[in-house]
Design a protein around this ligand. Sequence first.
Ligand code: PGA
Length: 257
Amino acid sequence: MSTLIVANWKMNANKTQLVQFCEALNMYYSRDNPHIHSALLPPFPYLERAHEMLYHPQCHTGGQDCAPQKSGAFTGDVSASMIRDCGGHYVIVGHSERRLLHHEDDATLTNKIICALNADVVPIFCFGESESDMKQQRSYAVCKRQIEGVFHHPSLKEMSIFKIIFAYEPVWAIGTGLTPKAEDVNALLMQVAAFISDTMPMIAQYQFLYGGSVSADNFEDFIVQPLIHGALVGGASLKAETFIPLLEIAARHKPKA
Ligand code: PGA
């Protein structure tokens, strides 16, 4: 399975920065021809431009969110099929910022995943515990509940999911400079993987990303873990100078089976 590094720009950057970033990424891919895949998820107004600029077949684009409906009178929302139409290949579903700030619940996230799959967009489903859950040693219980709450819905269980990405993002690690120990993340993902294979036969293929304060200083520790196939990156993805080193680190390691 290929390694994937995802740039989640959140509500940051502008057109000039987008062009500079894409040019730098194109140059890196044509120079080093790495085996890894990357995806830029800019704010929606920049998605199509990013898709047009990033011509290397391993450089993808996507959305940071999609609507839980197919289409209709939902002012301000963007559908998964619009993301696909603009060249997007991925969409984040259930980022903790959306769960917290936009009060997204399990049923909403189930519908977003269904919309993404129906539009041929690969969902990047985020899950992760809060600081107090972590302190009470409830990390796995919370992660399991978040996954179960969304994927055990009958309408999702009936679908056949060709490919999905699970991004483990402990809320206390996002944008804080704090990270969990990479070995602890791998141990938690082992439990999650067992839960997925025991209870979610509709998923044909999935991979895990780690997200939360990923930088060139800590990424090597994560990417050497057997179950971590890449990263979901916020702050360090905003500039090519801090994002490309992550691709270089990943490229030094063989993709995992
Ligand atoms: P961060 O954000 O890398 O800035 O911690 C990660 C994310 O929110 O996806």
